[in-house]
Design a protein around this ligand. Structure first.
Ligand code: SF4
Length: 331
């Protein structure tokens, strides 16, 4: 690990000033950053600890939504009674991530910014465009079992590891950001993450010196909410494929639906194709299968991860069926 200096920020303004210094970066829970520093993939010269800033509250909003402070622990957010009852898909996604100890430490803001778990990204002896732009992608032609099947590019086929971000995508959350001039902006989560293109090292819309201060949830959607995660072991493992589904029905018909996939792309993957194939159709397995085919129409396997295409279809069908059951029990 490279030497670095450390300070604990006591107020937001001071934290933003401190991070403007060359080589400085924020640290909160550090559950991903410290690993990256030990491997010298990230080499900050100064850490600004923002974990004690007063940004951990979960607050009601006038429109009926909820504001999750960026420093709220993942475990606290998942256990909040308002999140559990109004946004169960978010609680399900949060508790499926990492381990209890990590969820106690990891912040909401840090969860959004965690880096890919592509093994080649963490192994500096080989090329990786995300770690070292222009050095190639070792996963293409390598062991790419966990890699992307949608939205990938020849520059990078990594996936985004967050479960929480997949649920937030289905919930149409916004990310609240604050810059050094104290200007606040909100970005829809769908626009916050980027596809790799030819700059896979730039993963989000976060600007230099900006801080994530909150995640803003709109009023809770109607409909059954389910997050389903498929992985190699039942705990402490990243998704091979996951699906967040929010389904509203009118009688036997699907009237409104939102679908987002995890584990399949460089960002949480909202599937407009699946949603179009479901809306106005009967809530039946035949409809779910049509939606699954539509969602994976442009999917591309890279060899070891070919199985993900079928896995994603089946996971979507199962998740939709469960979400409809939840919705029908609710009404
Ligand atoms: Fe690097 Fe992306 Fe290729 Fe993995 S998939 S080796 S992160 S460029």
């Amino acid at each position: 690990m490279k030497p670095f200096t450390y300070e604990r920020a006591t107020d937001v303004r001071g934290a933003l000033a401190a991070v403007s210094r060359p080589g400085a970066t924020f640290i909160s829970g550090g559950t991903n950053l410290l690993d990256l520093m030990k491997l010298e993939i990230e080499q900050p010269t100064h850490l600004v600890d923002i974990s004690r800033l007063p940004l951990a509250d979960i607050e009601e909003l006038p429109d009926g939504g909820l504001r999750l402070g960026a420093q709220a622990a993942n475990s606290d957010a998942s256990a909040d009674s308002r999140v559990r009852t109004r946004y169960p898909v978010l609680t399900q996604a949060l508790v499926s991530g990492a381990s209890g100890q990590l969820r106690n430490k990891a912040s909401i803001g840090g969860n959004l910014l965690q880096r890919t778990r592509c093994p080649y990204f963490y192994y500096s002896a080989v090329g990786c465009n995300k770690r070292d732009p222009g050095s190639g992608c070792s996963a293409i032609g390598g062991f790419n079992r966990v890699h992307a099947i949608l939205g990938a590019d020849d520059a990078c086929i990594a996936t985004h590891p967050s479960d929480m971000a997949v649920a937030l995508t289905a919930l149409e959350a916004q990310i609240e950001l604050l810059d050094a001039d104290q200007s606040v902006r909100r970005v829809a989560i769908a626009d916050f993450y980027r596809l790799p293109g030819d700059t896979p090292h730039i993963e989000t819309d976060l600007r230099p010196g900006e801080m994530i201060t909150a995640v803003v949830l709109p009023p809770a959607p109607q409909g059954g909410q389910v997050y389903r995660k498929v992985r190699d072991r039942a705990s402490y493992e990243f998704a091979l494929v996951s699906v967040a589904a929010i389904v509203e029905t009118a009688g036997e018909m699907i009237s409104r639906v939102r679908v987002a996939f995890g584990g399949v792309a460089h960002k949480p993957w909202r599937s407009a194709e699946a949603e179009a194939a479901l809306t106005g159709r009967p809530a039946s397995m035949a409809t779910y299968r049509d939606a699954a085919e539509a969602a994976m129409r442009d999917a591309v396997g890279r060899g070891h991860n070919d199985f993900k295409i079928e896995l994603a279809k089946r996971t979507l069908c199962r998740t939709l069926a469960e979400a409809v059951q939840v919705e029908q029990r609710r009404v």
